[in-house]
Design a protein around this ligand. Structure first.
Ligand code: PMP
Length: 392
């Protein structure tokens, strides 16, 4: 009997790593821990009644169509809805450019599959969304991290990305930093990217979750031919639906479609019909403001708690939308080492190092405020501050 495994992993499999966030979440899902680590939207915002009614209508009116295989592009009516909604945000979009995807996470994978060769360069912000690094990594790119400030990528740093297959950007309430690019920065970044002939992949799952004023128009509105735009229903309806979309310049659409066909034939047609049934008559216009109001109150609670309890030497910017605070700790504090102390005190966070493609900054952390009550936020930040003071 031999114990040698008959399986040989592909090169790309060696580029796949467990998400450090999921590993942390396992530890922190113990009872009694206040978790500021999650990236999940608040389940209080899921439109359960609207979903129940829409599901019943779909099963009553189009049961066999809804349960049959469907087109890889997505439900035509939903593609039309997405195109019209984005035109309302200033984008020039035809429904033929819209592909419905299985979450925007699938959009990231398809972009990697179609655009990245082994050894080619992919440019990202610093920090950036860990799930995008995970989606692109198996296609074996070399990552380049573009220097950023509190307003996003520095236009003068974009030349470091020259020659990359694309620059991946989150202009609205970025995961993890919470930052939102100003209109001036968007204009400057797009102008520089155009000059460098550097295409953009714009990921926008959080743009509707603004607290005071809507964010400026998307990058795709400034450079439609040079931007692939990703959107999602996860944060405005529910992530369990796994519904997102990719809007691509026309020449890319067939390849993205072929990549999608190979991946999953199509995104569940049943879910697409139910969601279209929910949103077709303007439901989101009244629903999303309720999410904004809830998240804004939680943001305010976290801001107040940080101001009241965090020791000197910590820095954060107050997010104007989305789900996250990003905290910079004193330079000598390693957030990974701090985490067990914080968990012992009853609070969890995500160390920021996971979100860097290059030159991880160990003294950073991401705090989510949306799945915890204002009272838990106050207690959690007090416990975090105590752990920090103990570590000092
Ligand atoms: N992009 C970003 C920046 C995200 O934060 C997430 C979800 N955490 C996704 C994409 C994927 O979202 P979904 O697949 O649910 O649309």
């Amino acid at each position: 009997m031999t114990s040698r495994t008959p399986w040989q992993l592909a090169q790309r499999a060696h580029r796949m790593n467990p998400s450090i966030i999921r590993e942390i979440l396992k530890v922190t899902e113990q009872p009694g821990i206040i978790s500021l680590a999650g990236g999940l939207p608040s389940p209080d915002g899921f439109p359960v009644d609207a979903m129940r009614e829409a599901t019943a209508r779909v099963l009553r009116d189009t049961p066999r169509e809804a349960l049959q295989y469907a087109s890889s592009e997505g439900l035509p009516a939903l593609r039309e809805w997405v195109a019209a909604m984005l035109r309302g945000h200033g984008q020039q979009v035809d429904a033929a450019q819209v592909l419905i995807t299985t979450g925007s996470q699938q959009g990231l994978d398809l972009v990697g599959k179609v655009l990245v060769d082994p050894g080619s360069r992919v440019a990202v912000e610093s920090p950036t969304y860990l799930g995008a690094l995970q989606a692109f990594a198996p296609y074996e790119p070399v990552f380049t991290a573009v220097d950023c400030d509190d307003d996003g990528p520095l236009p003068d740093a974009l030349h470091t990305a020259e020659g990359a297959r694309f620059l991946y950007l989150l202009p609205n309430f970025q995961n993890p930093s919470g930052r939102c690019m100003s209109e001036a920065r968007r204009a400057a970044v797009v102008a520089r990217a155009q000059a460098l002939n550097l295409p953009l992949v714009e990921d926008n799952p959080y743009g509707d979750l603004w607290f005071d004023a809507p964010p400026p128009p998307p990058l795709a509105a400034r450079w439609a031919d040079g931007t692939v735009y990703l959107g999602s229903f996860s944060k405005v309806l529910a992530p369990g639906l796994r519904l997102g979309y990719v809007v691509a310049p026309a020449p890319l659409v067939p390849k993205l479609l072929q990549a999608k066909q190979a991946a999953d034939l199509h995104t569940p047609g049943f879910n697409q019909r139910v969601v279209h049934e929910v949103i077709r008559d303007g439901f989101l216009d009244t629903h999303v403001p309720t999410i904004r109001a809830r998240y804004k109150a939680q943001r305010d609670a976290m801001r107040a708690a940080l101001e009241a309890h965090m020791p000197a030497g910590c820095r954060w910017t107050v997010p104007t939308g989305g789900m996250f605070f990003w905290v910079e700790l004193p330079a000598n504090v390693d957030a990974i080492a701090l985490l067990p102390k914080a968990v012992a005190n009853g609070v969890a966070f995500v160390p920021g190092a996971a979100f860097f493609a290059e030159q991880a900054r160990a003294n950073t952390m991401r705090l989510s405020f949306v799945t915890v009550s204002p009272q838990q936020i106050e207690r959690g930040i007090r416990a975090l501050a105590a752990a920090l003071k103990e570590a000092a």
